[in-house]
Write a protein that binds this ligand. Structure first.
Ligand code: ADP
Length: 263
């Protein structure tokens, strides 16, 4: 068998044709996981073969956001990931009982990620997303070691303070030599019933972060899109039905689908 990668070439080997995106953020709660599941679902809906590794060990939420409650199945030494909306998903959350907090140290995280990448049978994939824990932790370093070709997507809010923290998460790419594929600004504004727009978290965070990351990595880092606050996005997440397929007519879904086409 060829674990994971396309044409039997593992994701972590040179020559793998799978595009790997590691989704990072400076802090929690900015919508990193919601963005990951919606981008993955949008690409799967276009017919691409897509997988997600939920590596947010302390705050794993991908299974719930995708409505997955079943555990992975085992065939011999292979782990078969559950599939939702055409996306193959593996999460640390599937290997702990109930809603237990995970208190692992760096080496255990590294080993878990390594095992996800080798023992989980994804088959051939066009795109693999890694939902990273917020911040610049051990996992980001492990990703750089295990998947040096992974490109970083940084999610931030329009708040410039949030962009400051996100910059540190993105700057790790400079040290590891990874490419920053782009910045995604979430919670950019709220469409008001009177037709106006309210910028609840201010504005400019995405643009500022894009400029700073471009300067620090020495390459053009694009702002891939701005996603509005949308009650349907939150409801879709709570219901385990990503908004890009559940409520595709909403502005948030349109923004997310637009970003997916730029990947
Ligand atoms: P993170 O992965 O960064 O911790 P989540 O994706 O879990 O963030 O999002 C945190 C909360 O904010 C969730 O309840 C989610 O539904 C909500 N949320 C995220 N983005 C939006 C948005 N654009 N509009 C409305 N709610 C959002």
């Amino acid at each position: 068998r060829g674990p994971g990668g396309q044409r039997g070439i593992p994701f972590n080997q040179p020559g793998s044709l799978t595009k790997v995106y590691a989704v990072a953020s400076g802090k929690g709660g900015v919508g990193k996981s919601s963005v990951t599941v919606n981008l993955a679902t949008a690409l799967a809906a276009q017919g691409l073969r897509v997988g997600i590794v939920d590596a947010d060990v302390y705050g794993f939420s991908v299974p719930a956001l995708m409505g997955i409650s079943q555990a992975p199945t085992r065939v011999d030494d292979m782990i078969l990931p559950p599939v939702a909306y055409g996306v193959k998903v593996i999460s640390i959350g599937m290997f702990v009982s109930g809603n237990q907090p995970v208190a692992w140290r760096g080496p255990m995280l590294h080993r878990a990620l390594e095992q996800f990448l080798t023992d989980v049978y994804f088959g051939d994939l066009d795109v693999l997303f890694l939902d990273l824990p917020p911040g610049t932790g051990d996992i980001a370093i492990s990703v750089a070691q295990l998947l040096p070709k992974a490109e970083i997507l940084v999610v931030t809010t329009p708040q410039t303070a949030a962009a400051d923290v996100a910059e540190r998460a993105g700057a790790i790419a400079t040290q590891t030599g990874q490419k920053v594929a782009g910045v995604i600004e979430n919670m950019s504004y709220l469409d008001m019933p009177d037709g106006g727009r309210m910028e609840l978290f201010g504005s400019g965070g995405g643009a500022v972060l894009t400029e700073r990351l471009s300067a620090s990595v020495g390459a053009d880092v694009p702002l891939l899109g701005q996603i509005p606050l949308d009650i349907k996005l939150r409801e879709g997440g709570d219901a385990g039905a990503p908004v890009v397929v559940g409520q595709p007519e909403t502005a948030a879904a349109a923004a997310l689908s637009g970003i997916a086409t730029r990947l």
